[in-house]
Design a binder for this molecule. Structure first.
Ligand SMILES: [Fe+2]
Ligand SMILES: [Fe+2]
Length: 401
């Protein structure tokens, strides 16, 4: 199966995975094996659905790699977040079902630990009809995957825990689910404002950290609540919120480097990535390869270098199932993630440079990390080479990151 952007749907394409209903992800807009009617395309776009999984002969094995249970777990979390957040939108004093959050994220974490797939980002939830809800579920998932790849660093950074407990990540997932909870109260005119925000508007947005923390403090373990407070703290100390000295009442600088709790450092990276790769009312979703390039270049100093390395080994610039155009003008599907050489994945050829369709893509698999004369040139008509260049440098010399 292949990921096909919604605007590239053509007659004769059959679904490999059902398309969930946006406002009720347990029901489906269209079932698997059905041909996608072209008149559904405008509706999909309107609903914030960016891509669909389509059957492709020779690539059936990808259906096993992208485990279907993953989507079900993601949807279960989404539903829980949705019910709670909607109650809160109606009445800000409504009681949140924190035990539901805790149990659904624990189930999800257990599933991820036991799932056979390696811990790489396989599929995000689309924006559905509410960015805040899908964003909360997505950063939880992504942060858990990154955390699971940190291993020894978690034990070092959480020395007050036993080695086994240090790697328990359900509180990371829980804090991420709730990290932006107080954005519910930020006026939409500010939250969705395109372009520059005034200082006052910025201040209103920034308060979602401290106000959100007040909301969850005492209801969830402190480790998770800290994420709500500190997920905008930057490694270089230029984040927010600042702190108040409890004795003198003076403002202290924001936390920096290892003063920032490790779970907040992980959440921070996942937050930035998910926001940039999601469809927003004022921004189109950017390709993962572009966002990863921007994180490595324009976000220098934001992230803990150890977490950064784990992050780039978790989030593929070219997701499995994506169709790419190679520099020799052939078309191929990404079939594996190369953690050491992220922009040079394994691909299978779908169409030769002369346009001829390949009947059996499995016989024409190419590991791009072994072909220095061949690279991914474009995705969906967008030239990606200016974004892969920074990541190739990083591949060759990790000290340059
Ligand atoms: Fe936030
Ligand atoms: Fe966020």
């Amino acid at each position: 199966m292949l990921r096909v952007p919604v605007h590239k749907i053509q007659p004769g394409m059959f679904l490999a995975r059902p398309i969930p209903m946006p406002n009720d992800p347990y029901r489906f807009l269209l079932q698997r094996d059905r041909e996608i009617p072209l008149d559904l395309v405008p509706r999909l776009k309107q609903l914030g659905i960016l891509e669909v999984w389509v059957r492709h002969r020779g690539l059936e094995f990808l259906e096993d790699i992208i485990d279907e249970n993953l989507g079900e777990h993601q949807r279960e979390i989404y539903i829980g977040v949705r019910e709670n957040f909607e109650n809160l939108m109606r009445d800000i004093t409504a009681k949140l079902d924190f035990s539901y959050f805790q149990s659904s994220i624990s189930n999800f974490f257990s599933y991820l630990k036991s799932s056979s797939g390696s811990n790489i980002l396989l599929q995000k939830l689309d924006a559905f009809d509410n960015y805040l809800l899908s964003h909360s579920a997505n950063i939880s998932y992504l942060a858990l995957l990154v955390g699971m790849n940190l291993d020894r660093y978690l034990i070092d950074e959480r020395r007050f825990k036993s080695a086994r407990e240090a790697k328990e990540l359900h509180l990371l997932g829980l804090g991420c689910l709730l990290h932006d909870i107080r954005k519910i109260q930020v006026p939409k005119a500010i939250l969705h404002k395109p372009g520059h925000l005034t200082n006052d508007e910025m201040e209103v947005i920034r308060r979602h950290t401290t106000y959100g923390y007040e909301m969850v403090k005492g209801h969830i373990p402190a480790t998770a609540a800290q994420i709500v407070l500190n997920h905008h703290q930057r490694w270089d100390g230029k984040g927010y919120p600042s702190r108040i000295d409890s004795l003198s009442g003076e403002e202290l600088p924001p936390l920096a480097e290892r003063q920032i709790p490790i779970f907040s450092r992980i959440a921070m990276m996942a937050d930035i990535y998910d926001a940039a790769t999601s469809e927003r009312c004022y921004n189109n979703a950017k390709l993962p390869v572009r966002v990863l390039h921007e994180m490595r270049t324009t976000c220098r100093g934001f992230f803990d270098p150890v977490i950064e390395t784990a992050f780039y080994g978790t989030v593929p610039p070219f997701p499995i199932g994506q169709v790419v155009e190679l520099s020799d003008k052939s078309t191929a599907a990404v079939v594996d993630f190369n953690t050491d050489f992220p922009v040079s994945p394994k691909v299978q050829c779908l169409r030769r440079p002369n346009g001829e369709v390949v009947k059996n893509p499995a016989l024409e698999e190419i590991d791009l990390s072994l072909h220095y004369d061949l690279e991914i040139a474009s995705v969906d008509g967008q030239d990606v080479r200016e974004w892969t260049a920074s990541q190739i440098t990083a591949e060759l010399d990790p000290m340059l990151v």
